[in-house]
Write a protein that binds this ligand. Structure first.
Ligand code: TYD
Length: 138
């Protein structure tokens, strides 16, 4: 069984500087999240009813934030599944390696920011669920 499981994934309450001029949230790699940040990417203009994700990573750590709007993420460690609803720009969902994720229920105008521990590498993906389950149960 993989050393990583759903218990390792959790919501991180990010620092929030409230100000009448507008609030500010920041994230420091290795300090607020358990990895150094090497890459960031974001999903936007997601059409209603679309689903994203549908893969797992072998070694990548990620923090997923609903910077604007809302969406759901279902995490699956091969044994259990858990659905998270993200709708605050100061909450991040830490997703450790070896977790299959599906994302859906994107609100209109939702923006999903992802902070990642490594550069893009297609070899780090499981894109086939059966392959993931086989690896997760080793
Ligand atoms: P993918 O990770 O499958 O997106 P999602 O999890 O949001 O459904 O990536 C979609 C495409 O974008 C795929 O062809 C790989 C490419 N891509 C990059 O080139 N660099 C990146 O950093 C990411 C995340 C994806």
């Amino acid at each position: 069984m993989s050393q990583f499981n759903l218990d390792t994934c959790h919501i991180i309450d990010l620092p929030k500087i409230t100000d009448s001029r507008g609030n500010l949230t920041f994230v420091e790699g290795g300090r607020h999240i358990p990895f150094d940040i090497k890459r960031t990417y974001y999903l936007y203009d997601v059409p209603g009813g679309a689903e994203r994700g549908g893969h797992a990573h072998k070694g990548l750590h990620q923090l997923i934030i609903a910077i604007s709007g809302a969406f759901d993420i279902v995490l699956d460690d091969g044994h259990r599944k858990q659905r998270y609803h993200l709708n605050r720009s100061y909450f991040g969902l830490y997703v450790c390696p070896m977790i299959w994720r599906e994302m859906d229920n994107f609100s209109s105008g939702a923006v999903c920011l992802v902070l990642a521990s490594n550069l893009y590498d297609e070899a780090d993906y499981y894109r086939d669920y059966a392959d993931f389950i086989a690896a997760a149960s080793k």
